[in-house]
Design a protein around this ligand. Structure first.
Ligand code: FES
Ligand code: FE2
Length: 362
C-alpha cells in the first residue's frame, strides 16, 4: 500500500494554503509609514486590487479604491486638501470617509461614496484590512501587546514562492540543522491565540555540548526563547533571545502577482528608558539585522526554487501540517476582487474540512 497516497489523498488538498488565487481576510502591510507624509497621495496595488492612499492634515491615513467614480481617473493623480482628496480631472472632492463633498459645477454634490478600506498604523507600517469591518487586531506578539517598541524598517523582498511557503520556513524543524547548521534540536508546541493567530514555541531543551551553545551561554542565564507568532497566515513575528533580551523579527508578506511573495521585514525590541536605553536598542536592532541577513541568505535558495508539495511528511514536519490546517480554517478572499471565497455559513465548525495535521509517515 502506498502510505503517501493514503495520508494525503487529493480530496484533502488544501484550498487556501499555497493557492495563488486566494488570500486570508486580514490586515496587510501597505508601505512604511515614513513613506507617506502629510498631504501626500500614492497609488498602491495590494493583493491584485488597485488602491490609493493619502495622509490628511490630521495625519490619518485613508485608503480608497483607485479610480474616480465620475469617469475613472486615477485618484493618486489628485490632491490632498485638508483631510479630503480632490480628483485632478474634474475636481470632484471626497472626504476621509469617501463621501463626495464637492462637485465644482453643481450646487450640491451627488450622493456618492468611494469604496474605502479600514486603515491603521503600527510598528512603523501602514496596514489595510481587506474587508468591510476589521474582525481582529493588527498583528502583535502577546509579550509586546500594549508595549512601546523601538523599531527598524529592514528590507523589502520579492520571493519566488507563495507567502505561505515563505512562512513555514520558521517552523521547519529539520532545516534548522541542515540549512542553518545550528546544532540544536527544535520541537514546537502550538497555541492558538485567536481564529487568525497561532504561536509555535520551541520547547526542546538546548544541549550544552557544542561550542556554539557554550559561546552563547555566556550571554544568558536560564532559557533561550524561540517562538513564532503567525497572523493571517502571511505575517510571522519571530521572537528570539535570552530571558533578559527578546528581539522580534516581523516578516510581513502578501501574495504578489504570479503566486509570489512580496514582503517587508521589520525589527522590534521593547522600548528602554533614557538615552542609554535608546542607544543600546539601536545596537541590538543593528545586530539583529546582521543575524537576520545571515538566516535569509541560507533560505534564499529554497524560496527561489521550491515547488512546494509535502508528499512525504514525517513527524518532524508536524508543525508545518498544523500551520497548513490553521490556514485552511480562516476566511479567505479572492485575489483581485477581494470577494469572499466561501460564505461564512460554510465556515461553521461542523462543516469545516479538517486538513490532517497529525498524520505522518514515520
Ligand atoms: S474623473 Fe474624477 S472628477 Fe471626473
Ligand atoms: Fe530558515
Amino acid at each position: 500500500m502506498n502510505l503517501n497516497s493514503q495520508t494525503f489523498n487529493s480530496t484533502r488538498k488544501p484550498k487556501t494554503f499555497n493557492n495563488p488565487e486566494r488570500f486570508i481576510e486580514g490586515w496587510y502591510w501597505v508601505i512604511p509609514s515614513q513613506n507617506l507624509r502629510v498631504g501626500e497621495v500614492k497609488p498602491v496595488t495590494i493583493l491584485g486590487r488597485e488602491l490609493v492612499i493619502y495622509r490628511g492634515k490630521d495625519k490619518r491615513v485613508v485608503t480608497f479604491d483607485a479610480y474616480c467614480p465620475h469617469m475613472g481617473a486615477h485618484l493618486a493623480e489628485g490632491k490632498v486638501e485638508g483631510n479630503a482628496l480632490r480628483c485632478f480631472f474634474h475636481h470632484w472632492k471626497f472626504d476621509g470617509e469617501g463621501m463626495c463633498i464637492d462637485i465644482p459645477c453643481l450646487d450640491t454634490p451627488l450622493s456618492l461614496k468611494l469604496q474605502s478600506w479600514p486603515t491603521a498604523e503600527k510598528y512603523g507600517m501602514i496596514w489595510v484590512w481587506t474587508g468591510e469591518i476589521p474582525q481582529q487586531p493588527l498583528p502583535f506578539v502577546p509579550e509586546l501587546e500594549h508595549k512601546e517598541c523601538d523599531i527598524a524598517i529592514h528590507s523589502h523582498f520579492l520571493m519566488n514562492c507563495h507567502p505561505h511557503v515563505v512562512m513555514i520556513n520558521a517552523i521547519d524543524a529539520q532545516h534548522v540543522n541542515t540549512v542553518h547548521k545550528l546544532p540544536v534540536e527544535v520541537f514546537f508546541e502550538r497555541q492558538q491565540l485567536n481564529e487568525n493567530a497561532i504561536i509555535f514555541t520551541n520547547t526542546a531543551p538546548i544541549k550544552e555540548n557544542s561550542f556554539f551553545i557554550k559561546l552563547i551561554r555566556l550571554f544568558y542565564k536560564n532559557t533561550i526563547t524561540y517562538s513564532i507568532c503567525y497572523w493571517y497566515g502571511t505575517i510571522n513575528i519571530v521572537t528570539v533571545g535570552p530571558d533578559f533580551l527578546h528581539v522580534h523579527m516581523m516578516f510581513a508578506t502578501r501574495l504578489h502577482e504570479g503566486g509570489k511573495a512580496e514582503g517587508q521585514i521589520v525589527l522590534m525590541v521593547k522600548k528602554r528608558k533614557g538615552i542609554f536605553g535608546w542607544l543600546s536598542n539601536r545596537v541590538v536592532l543593528w545586530l539583529t539585522k546582521i543575524a537576520g541577513k545571515y538566516f535569509l541568505m541560507g533560505d534564499i535558495k529554497v524560496v527561489q526554487t521550491i515547488q512546494f508539495d509535502l508528499k512525504t511528511p514525517i513527524k518532524a514536519d508536524q508543525s508545518i501540517m498544523q500551520f497548513i490546517n490553521h490556514v485552511e480554517k480562516q476566511q479567505s478572499r479572492m485575489w483581485g476582487t477581494w470577494e469572499e471565497a466561501r460564505s461564512r455559513d460554510d465556515e461553521s465548525k461542523a462543516k469545516r474540512e479538517r486538513w490532517r495535521d497529525s498524520m505522518s509517515n514515520d
